[in-house]
Ligand binder design. Structure first.
Ligand SMILES: Cc1cc2nc3c(=O)[nH]c(=O)nc-3n(C[C@H](O)[C@H](O)[C@H](O)COP(=O)(O)OP(=O)(O)OC[C@H]3O[C@@H](n4cnc5c(N)ncnc54)[C@H](O)[C@@H]3O)c2cc1C
Length: 623
């Protein structure tokens, strides 16, 4: 038989990404954009960038992650801006540190957009297929084998398998071996990871029913509109139409709670059918009824799944109750009396790994060239997944090129906080990002994500010239705006502004910075009376106002950040055997040998490592 080079099981690439979810998309794009021939393998191409749960991107702390992914040169922010049906700034009445963008997006357009971006990306090869095992030689990754017996070889492999590893869907007492939304699941890989000695755990999450819009009496719910006067996720996006679609706010009632209480033993968690660990911050409605039994009602949001569909997502009412009970539960709600369920709610269990097995680069500690990103690391959320995906992609490319890795830290980003929590402290339940997790949250605001991370993304080679130009334009504009702060206004120029806002007018000249420090002075108020910032983009003015109003806090935060940076820059070698460090307690030595921290800062955060142990390390480091 004539030799035919095209009839071969073996195909070589520079990098392979298993998974085209939110982590896989960012990892694949980063690798290809950094010049690597990259294969992106997915069980199906119909779930590329698929929003398996809520049709929204962003939210408290998640909005920060999206803007940070965007600042590094990622795609999620652009995709959300292009496909959003509504945009809101959450926590507007609260401080700048917790204000977060949240977009309702058309999940079908989002999927189509992301798939087209991957298809058009040079050096990226999108392929349908299920990876069944890793090809490992010694302590190095060599590639993956697919269930169709193809062998894909590459020195860099990113596993971004999400909620698919041996996943089971549970509705009442019915268990199906399926992935989210009934896509096929991954049947083999988690057994292979176990065989390679990895700590594989079982986590759980759940989703609510999708109901038919025209069968709901929307007049009985509260309308929630989008907002127009806010910036969007990506600095590259032009003006977005933030008010295309509405969401609706509703409440459960005593009838709903009765249906749930009467049938609670049919719920898989309470019948004991499932024991996967669920997300504390995304409880099912059964959990809410049990945990907050005194609450008379629980709120939910009705969110459009897309512009071209009747399907509506009932945020806050996820459940694993049997389909026949779900019907009664949803129909007990005011406005839902005649509601039609289009897709039943379900709980889903899936395998994931213990992220303590990873370095802050997201590379595995025992298998060189193997990276993990997304829900497979024990997180929950599209945004958390995308954040890990771009880091794994950048570091996969740097590993391939023999360059030092990029490690984001707690003092420069939410992504740094996310990854450090995972690889230093670990997680025993689905990890969701929250602003309370970031000790430097006043400095890690979403409005300055680009100032913090775009220079790093540029150094890594992922920030395009167009984005770099936009970034420098903003930076220079901010510089010029700052120069105006010393301008002094005479009482005559500003008296009307104070009086109209019920404030006592000053009798002497006031500098612009002192003016901005007045709580009632916002960009909108100032521009109405003294339009000193007319030439600047609203994002620049917002940024400047935050800097001036929080100057004192920011200065204190800056000191703490500098100290943190000093500890993070005191690097430790991953090859250190801590049993040989004189004066170190045995327990600390064991914990340090397990985590192999890359810095004194990381060592100090390992549970069980005391400040005294850290001092021993510092002394030894000096020696
Ligand atoms: C039912 C449900 C409810 C959820 N609820 C919430 C919630 O309330 N809040 C929240 O924040 N998040 C929730 N999520 C989580 C959210 O969907 C995930 O966090 C997010 O999708 C994770 O992104 P990812 O890229 O890690 O994985 P996914 O988006 O799951 O993508 C994984 C990708 O890997 C591919 N894949 C997997 N194994 C293989 C293999 N062996 N070979 C080839 N391809 C493979 C799949 O085809 C897919 O493309 C929920 C998810 C589900 C399914």
């Amino acid at each position: 038989m004539k030799e035919n080079e095209n009839i071969t099981k073996r195909v070589n690439y520079d990098a392979i990404v298993v998974g085209a979810g939110h982590a896989g998309v960012e990892a694949g794009l980063a690798l290809a954009r950094l010049g690597l021939e990259t294969l992106v393998l997915s069980i199906t191409l119909d779930n590329v960038g698929y929003l398996a749960c809520n049709p929204s991107i962003g939210g408290t702390a998640k909005g920060h992650l999206v803007r940070e992914v965007d600042a590094l040169g990622g795609e999620m922010g652009i995709a959300a801006d292009k496909t959003l049906t509504q945009l809101r700034m959450l926590n507007k009445s609260k401080g700048a540190a917790v204000q977060s963008l949240r977009a309702q997006v058309d999940k079908y357009k989002y999927h189509a957009y992301m798939k087209s971006v991957l298809e058009k990306q040079s050096k990226l090869h999108l392929r349908q297929g299920e990876a069944k095992e890793l090809i490992v030689e010694g302590d190095e990754i060599k590639g993956v084998k697919s269930v169709y017996d193809m062998e894909y070889y590459a020195p860099v492999v990113v596993l971004a398998c999400g909620v698919y590893l041996k996943s089971t869907i549970i509705v009442g007492d019915v268990i199906e071996e399926k992935g989210p939304v009934c896509f096929n699941r991954a049947n083999h890989l988690s057994d292979n990871l176990r065989a390679l000695g990895m700590d594989v755990r079982r986590f759980k999450t759940g989703t609510p029913a999708r109901v038919k819009r025209s069968t709901i009496d929307l007049t009985k719910l509260e309308v929630q509109e989008g907002e127009t006067d806010i910036y969007s996720f990506s600095v590259l996006s032009k003006k977005v139409n933030a008010t295309k679609r509405c969401c609706y706010l509703g409440y459960t009632n005593e009838d709903t709670h009765e249906v749930i209480r009467d049938n609670i033993m049919l719920s898989p968690k309470y019948s004991g059918l499932i024991d996967g660990v669920g997300a504390r911050y995304c409880p099912s409605i059964e959990d809410k009824i049990v945990r907050f039994a005194d609450k008379e009602r629980h709120q939910f949001f009705l969110e459009p799944e897309g512009e071209g569909t009747e399907e509506m997502y009932v945020q806050g009412l996820s459940t694993g109750l049997p389909a026949f009970v779900q019907n009664g539960m949803y129909r007990s709600i005011v406005g839902f009396e005649k509601v039609e369920i289009m897709r039943d709610a379900y709980a889903i269990e899936y395998d994931c790994i213990n992220p303590l097995e990873l370095y802050p680069t997201l590379m595995h500690k025992r298998i060189k060239g193997l990276f993990f990103a997304g829900q497979i690391n024990g997180t929950s959320g599209y945004e958390e997944a995308a954040a890990q995906g771009i880091v794994a992609g950048i570091n996969g490319a740097r590993y391939f090129k023999g360059l030092p890795p990029m490690v984001l830290t707690r003092d420069n980003s939410y992504i740094g906080v996310l990854i450090d929590d995972l690889v230093t402290v670990g997680t025993n339940e689905p990890y969701r990002m929250m602003t309370s997790r970031a000790e430097f949250r006043l400095s890690l605001r979403q409005d300055n994500a680009d100032l913090r991370l775009t220079p790093i993304g540029r150094e890594m080679g992922l920030v395009s010239d167009k984005r770099w130009r936009e970034f420098n334009k903003k930076k220079n504009a901010l510089e010029s705006a700052r120069k105006k702060l010393s301008r002094v206004f005479s009482p005559k120029e500003i008296t009307k502004m104070f009086e109209d806002n019920g404030e006592k007018a000053p009798v002497t000249g006031v500098s612009l910075s002192a003016l901005i420090r007045h709580p009632f002075v916002t960009p909108a108020v100032l521009s109405k009376y003294v339009d000193v910032f007319a030439e600047f983009d609203s994002a620049v003015v917002e940024q400047l106002f935050v800097e001036v109003k929080y100057e004192g806090y920011l200065a204190r935060a800056e000191k703490a950040r500098a100290e943190q940076k000093r500890l993070e820059n005191s690097t430790l070698s991953p090859d250190t055997d801590y049993r040989e460090v004189k004066g170190l307690r045995l327990e600390a030595a064991e914990k340090l040998n397990k985590i192999k921290p890359l810095s004194i800062g990381q060592a100090a955060r390992i549970s069980g490592v005391t400040p005294a142990d850290v001092n021993v390390l510092i002394v030894n480091l000096k020696k």
